[in-house]
Design a protein around this ligand. Structure first.
Ligand SMILES: *Cc1c(COP(=O)(O)O)cnc(C)c1O
Length: 410
């Protein structure tokens, strides 16, 4: 039996996170299932931006001593409870792309350079492979791909220095067992950098409990920091004591305002800073992370699993007749998204849904991706989105030529 709107209302009445929705400013008539690409705007973000704009006007350069300068460390500590780190182990800075480069340089320098291979995974968001390749060209290392689904051990020879892995795959939503994978990689003598792009804010990440030493992530997806919000990096405290990272910028210097000619890395995570950061970009992120401090991560995970299953239950009768393959992993192995493949019409279906105010996204080849963000989605929202999906698929309106044109950003 297909769930009804009464079922949806009943589930919402029992939802411990229901009140969080009021903290987000979503446009009227929009059902937003793309929080895995760009999170919705927390209402407090707007005030935070306004306050920072006024601070710039009134305090001028003095603003740097009023919370702008130490934002990377302060916001890093706000991420601690969300990703299972400890205070002083997280820095909010730059982007995943730059942070991966910094960590590859830092780790390989610590290792002494005998191992010369960086392994990144095929089928991952390509940014990570691109930067691994760029690092290898610069540093004289060799880049190899771990084919999607291939057993890790077969590729962990004595040459592998660092493995770059996503905890949750951006396409399929597949969740890796972080503790087990970390143990196996460490046992081979290599290090692993975890990419948390699709897990931070999507589920309770447990870096310390997984014995993870290094990780990177972004804050504009599930963490609602805003378009282009700064990324973060994590280095476990016992791995912080020595070494340079290759983007040895002046803000990562032990005494940036001594203006020494020679570089000396700062203690702790501060060495992973580069140059002057955007104080404006940190403001909405801080507002969002303050909201996140109130979130019970176990409740978040339970609701994420429930929303994903509810959406699929509402539409699963359509799959076979319309050539749709549901590749969403089972609960224990998934992030917070639904992944449906329709090779021929997937793009058109997503475009038709967007016109109806149901925003998901499309990834080649044939993948329709729907992100489920428990802080601002209710079961009623999900039920309504499923009804729209049904109408689009049953009417075949996705065949209309206006749904076939590609935009610059998809
Ligand atoms: C979103 C995402 C990125 C994006 O990197 P940026 O430097 O923030 O542009 C990188 N890796 C993965 C796995 C992602 O999902």
């Amino acid at each position: 039996m297909r769930p009804t709107i009464t079922d949806a209302r009943h589930l919402d009445s029992q939802d411990p996170l229901a009140d969080f929705k009021a903290n987000f400013a979503l446009p009227e008539g929009v059902l937003y299932l793309d929080g895995n690409s760009l999170g919705a705007q927390p209402r407090a973000a707007r005030d935070a931006l306004d306050a920072t704009r006024d601070q710039w006007r009134d305090a001028l350069v003095g603003g740097w001593n009023q919370g702008w300068f130490d934002a990377p460390e302060r916001l890093g500590d706000l991420l601690v409870p969300l990703i299972g780190a400890r205070a002083g182990e997280v820095l909010v800075s730059d982007s995943i792309t730059l942070n991966l480069f910094k960590l590859l340089g830092y780790i390989t320098e610590r290792q002494g350079g005998e191992r010369r291979v960086i392994l990144s995974e095929g089928g991952n968001f390509p940014a990570d492979g691109y930067i691994a390749e760029g690092f290898c060209r610069t540093a004289g290392f060799e880049h190899r791909f771990l084919p999607e689904g291939a057993p890790l051990e077969a590729h962990l020879d004595g040459q592998v220095a660092v493995v770059v892995l996503s905890q949750v795959n951006y396409r399929t939503g597949q969740l890796r067992d972080m503790a087990d994978t970390t143990r196996r990689i460490h046992a081979s003598g290599a290090e692993v950098i975890w990419d948390l792009a699709h897990s931070a804010g999507a589920l309770a990440v447990d870096l310390a409990g997984s014995d993870a030493r290094y990780a990177v992530g972004c804050t504009y997806k599930y963490l609602n920091g805003g378009p282009g919000a700064p990324g973060f990096l994590y280095v476990r405290s016992d791995c912080q004591q020595a070494g340079w990272q290759p983007l040895s910028g002046w803000h990562g210097h032990a005494q940036p305002f001594a203006f020494d000619a020679d570089y000396a890395p700062a203690a702790g995570m501060t060495r992973f800073r580069t140059g002057t950061h955007s104080a404006l970009a940190y403001a909405p992120l801080e507002a969002s992370l303050r909201l996140w401090q109130q979130v019970d991560m176990a409740a978040l995970r339970a609701k994420s699993l429930a929303l994903v299953d509810f959406f699929r239950a509402c539409i699963k009768d359509l799959f076979e007749t319309h050539g749709i393959e549901d590749i969403t992993p089972p609960p224990a192995q998934r992030g917070s998204q639904v992944s449906l493949v329709q090779r021929e019409h997937g793009y058109g279906i997503v475009q038709a849904l967007i016109e109806r105010g149901v925003i998901g996204d499309y990834r080649e080849p044939g993948l329709m991706r729907f992100g489920f963000t428990p802080l601002y989605l209710s079961h009623v929202d999900v039920w309504q989105a499923a009804e729209q999906f049904r109408e689009v698929v049953e009417s075949a309106e996705y065949r209309d030529p206006r749904f076939q044109t590609r935009t610059e950003v998809t």
